[in-house]
Design a protein around this ligand. Sequence first.
Ligand SMILES: Nc1ncnc2c1ncn2[C@@H]1O[C@H](COP(=O)(O)OP(=O)(O)O)[C@@H](O)[C@H]1O
Ligand SMILES: [Mg+2]
Length: 258
Amino acid sequence: MYNVRGSGQMKALDDVSFTLRSGRTIGLVGQSGSGKSTIAKILIQLETPTSGEVLLDGAPIPRRGKALRSYRQQLRMVFQDPFASLNPYHSIRYHIERPLRLGGLAANDQVDGEVRRLLERVRLVPDAVIDRRPHELSGGQRQRVAIARALASRPTLLVADEPVSMLDVSIRLGVLNLLADLQREEGLGVLYITHDLATARHFSDEIIVLNQGRIVEQGPADDVILDPQNPYTRELRAASPDPERHFASAAGNLGGAQ
Ligand SMILES: Nc1ncnc2c1ncn2[C@@H]1O[C@H](COP(=O)(O)OP(=O)(O)O)[C@@H](O)[C@H]1O
Ligand SMILES: [Mg+2]
């Protein structure tokens, strides 16, 4: 429930329930304003739901202390805007070191090596970026840094809210393929939020369709996109460029250097 000036309260989500499992990707699709980011914000505790709860391994999110820190380490977020999510005053090294130090995840003499390993993990050349500031990098490189920072705390779950919609079209697939590779290799559970049905289908096991804060359809990705049952999903599909298009996995390498 959001308080909206002049018009009282507005229910952004209603009766939304789903389970994100490690090793699986859920695509969360819906038009702008359907409530996708509100779900992400509730998961990372930027918003508190008026009712309902988030459970991790069956237990409610702890309110404080070590258990809360552990929740925050386990569930990381990649934001839509790679320009806003990194601090312009700090180096790339600083951004990735921080979660390592805060989480006590690397001894002092191992921090540099771990930062470099994480940069390689997102297919950046450590020497080329480690001492640079965010503005010296391209949008795609910045989003890779944001992903490396998320991985630094060794999460089990990753929420990616429109992670490529602000990037040049030519490098989007590279970043999505990277996320898919990391998801497989690390056994991450990923909530992939997007309004693009084609990539939602390609990169997700399951799809949830959100309309005006309610889940209108949910199921295996191919079923939902190729044979939608709900009229709203059919509308989305009809309005979408080509939800049946396929992606060559080799395309990932094209975006790798961006
Ligand atoms: N902080 C806020 N205060 C009031 N209304 C909000 C706020 N954030 C989002 N909303 C409203 O909640 C609805 C869902 O928004 P959002 O979750 O951002 O949708 P999406 O990410 O699918 O575009 C929209 O109608 C939006 O205007
Ligand atoms: Mg949004």
